[in-house]
Ligand binder design. Structure first.
Ligand code: ZN
Length: 248
């Protein structure tokens, strides 16, 4: 099965549409979203609707997990947000339908299917919105899900690490194409569709093909200037527009 895995769209419709077009061109069976559909960008409602109609929906339900911005918009805690992010939360709430707010509030924190595990922040405390950024944190994360493949978002910085069969050697997988080793396990941050922060402004997502044993990281050009202009016009903090072209 080929699964397209997207995270951290952040209301950036231009980036989301470019990613969906790229994934359609490559071909996929299922689409999974790891949360933060909204917050920062100017098209939260459109992004929610696009994900709701595109994401994987079958016996395990719609495979979308909740991000911290989704939770905050739906009435959760935003005390730890910086002032720009908190302003964006209020703006986003005012620009979403009640149905979409309710839907965001009901999203689960984790989902699993066969060999894959999905969470927005960390497998150890999904509701605490911790980051997994160091090798120690990645090693700890592996202890909290039994599946071969774990997928996370949240930091907007893509990476993959593997843990070998006897669970002793953990290493970074630096390539954009990872050929899966049957005994090894993998933890992948799928990066951000709508606000990459690894200095590459292109939209980022993952295609995972479990039959081919392949995880492929994709980078997709999109109309950054249009997305930025909409943020400025909406009266959202200008910093949120400026950072898109920097990938920071
Ligand atoms: Zn995010």
């Amino acid at each position: 099965m080929r699964v397209a895995i997207l995270s951290d769209i952040h209301g950036n419709l231009e980036a989301l549409e470019a990613v969906l077009a790229d994934a359609r061109e490559l071909g996929y069976d299922r689409l999974v979203c790891l949360g933060d559909i909204v917050g920062y960008g100017a098209d939260p409602e459109e992004c929610v609707l696009r994900i709701r109609e595109s994401a994987w929906s079958d016996e395990i339900g719609l495979v979308v997990v909740q991000g911290n911005h989704d939770a905050a918009v739906a009435g959760g805690d935003d005390r730890y947000f910086n002032p720009d992010a908190r302003r964006a939360v209020g703006w986003t709430r005012d620009n979403l339908s009640p149905q979409s707010i309710e839907w965001l509030g009901r999203l689960p924190l984790e989902k699993r299917f066969e060999s894959m595990y999905f969470v927005h922040s960390s497998p150890f405390e999904p509701a605490e919105w911790n980051y997994v950024t160091t090798m120690n944190e990645a090693w700890a994360a592996f202890q909290y899900f039994p599946e071969q493949l774990g997928f996370i978002g949240h930091s907007h910085v893509p990476f993959s690490v593997s843990l070998d069969a006897d669970q002793t050697r953990i290493q970074v997988e630096p390539d954009d194409e990872i050929h899966l080793h049957p005994g090894s396990r993998y933890l992948t941050n799928v990066g951000s569709v709508g606000q990459p922060r690894d200095s590459d402004p292109r939209a980022c997502y993952i295609i995972c093909d479990d039959a081919l044993g392949l995880i492929e990281r994709r980078r997709v050009e999109y109309d950054i200037e249009s997305a930025a202009e909409k943020i400025r016009t909406a009266g959202l903090p200008a910093f949120l527009a400026d950072r898109l072209s920097k990938g920071r």
